[in-house]
Structures are given as C-alpha cells and as structure tokens.
Design a protein around this ligand. Structure first.
Ligand code: NAP
Length: 190
C-alpha cells in the first residue's frame, strides 16, 4: 500500500482492509514514500511525521504493518526498488499486490522502469466513485484491478485544507492521528 500519507485517513484504511479481504492478502504493508518521484519534497510533511501518523493509524489491525523501506532509501522513491526489496525479503515466494490511488496510476507510463514493474506485481487502483476509468491508459487498464471505494471521498488534500481553515477533521481520520496533527501543529500554514 504505497502513498504519501500526508496524512493517512479512513479512506486509506478502508481501502487497505477492502483489498485484504477481496484479494485474500496475508497482510497489508503500508509504505510511506520518502520523496515522491513526481513531486517537490518541500510540498509535503517530513517523512518522520508521515511515518509516525501511519504507525498510529494502523495499531488496531493485526493484518496491517508499516515499512520504512522507502524512508530509509535516499533519493526519489521508485516503486520498482521497493517491490524488488520485498521480493528479496520473502525469497520471491510471494505474490505482491501494489495498492494505491487510481490517480497515481494515470502517469504510470512515466514511472521508472514501469514495464518491468508491472511484471513484478499486481496493480490495484483505488478510486473514488464517479472516477472516469477511461483516463487510464488502455495498456494498463487491462491489467490493473480496480476497486471503487466510497470512503475515498475523504482526501488528504481536503484534510490539510480543513486544518488550515480551522475546521474540524474529526471522523475523517483516527483520533490518534488527529491528536498528532494538533500536537505537532501540522498543516496550519501551507
Ligand atoms: P498521491 O499524489 O498522494 O496520490 C494520488 C491520488 O491517489 C490521490 O487522490 C490520493 O488521495 C490517492 N491515494 C494515494 N495513496 C493512496 C492509497 N494508498 N490508497 C488509496 N488512495 C490513495 O500519491 P503519488 O505521489 O501519486 O504516489 C502514490 C504511490 O505511487 C506511491 O507509492 C508512490 O511511490 C508511487 N509512485 C511511484 C513512481 C515511480 O516509481 N516512478 C511515480 C509516482 C508514484 P489522498 O491524497 O487522499 O491520499
């Protein structure tokens, strides 16, 4: 389960649980990226904050884990490096599902070594209802599994905006993450 997680919210958690059940996954490993390959690093919160929020969010699900694999790797977070590390860790004896938002897959053609990446794992794209699937490249649409998740109408961008505007974010994410955001003063200025 890859993402920026700035911050992690119930849409992400629900997506992970839905994928776990639908694809009969042994576990879901959340992988916050250090430096998104397609974004400027100064637009996002510190890796340590995003990691700690993810740890706080997943504590009550025994099938969820968080990995620091991308946080510990310097430079841009290329998904292919991450998938290769997991395959190596499990001696290539596992099938890996790479779950992320459908929007992220729109640009998958331009990802580092994307042709190899699609052969190493099964892509799972989570979408908000009403999302236009025709936007996805035909080549990838054929092989990506799509999950429509109503809870994804919650978005990290909206949560950051709400904090900035002094609005409530209660019930959009876990209470522990809400308290962390408040304690650290995240998103008050952007
Ligand atoms: P992003 O901008 O944060 O997310 C794009 C969209 O997908 C947003 O609408 C986001 O909603 C949603 N989303 C993100 N993660 C999600 C998740 N786990 N479950 C459900 N929805 C999710 O993310 P990004 O920078 O595109 O990166 C997404 C993943 O793709 C990361 O693992 C990243 O490393 C990988 N990626 C790899 C490459 C490469 O290898 N070259 C390039 C680009 C992306 P929220 O804002 O609400 O989260």
């Amino acid at each position: 389960m890859g993402g920026v997680f700035d911050p992690i919210h119930y849409g992400h958690l629900f997506t992970a649980e839905e994928a776990r059940v639908e694809f009969k996954l042994d576990k879901v490993i959340f992988v916050p990226c250090r430096q998104p390959a397609h974004k400027r690093a100064n637009d996002i919160s510190a890796p340590e904050d995003r990691y700690l929020m993810t740890v706080l969010a997943i504590t009550n699900n025994q099938f969820f884990e968080v990995s620091k694999v991308e946080l510990n790797r310097p430079g841009p977070s290329y998904s292919i490096d991450t998938i290769k590390e997991f395959l190596k860790k499990y001696n290539h004896g596992v099938k890996i599902f790479f779950i992320t938002g459908a929007d992220a897959f729109l640009e998958v053609d331009s990802w580092y070594k994307s042709d190899k990446l699609i052969r190493l794992c099964q892509f799972v794209a989570a979408t908000r209802p009403g999302y236009d699937l025709n936007k996805l490249d035909q080549k990838f649409k054929k092989i990506i599994k799509i999950m429509e998740i109503p809870a994804l109408s919650i978005s990290s961008t909206d949560i950051r905006r709400r904090v900035r505007e002094g609005k409530s974010i209660k019930y959009l994410l876990s209470q522990e993450v809400e308290e962390y955001i408040d304690k650290k003063g995240l998103y008050r200025k952007m």
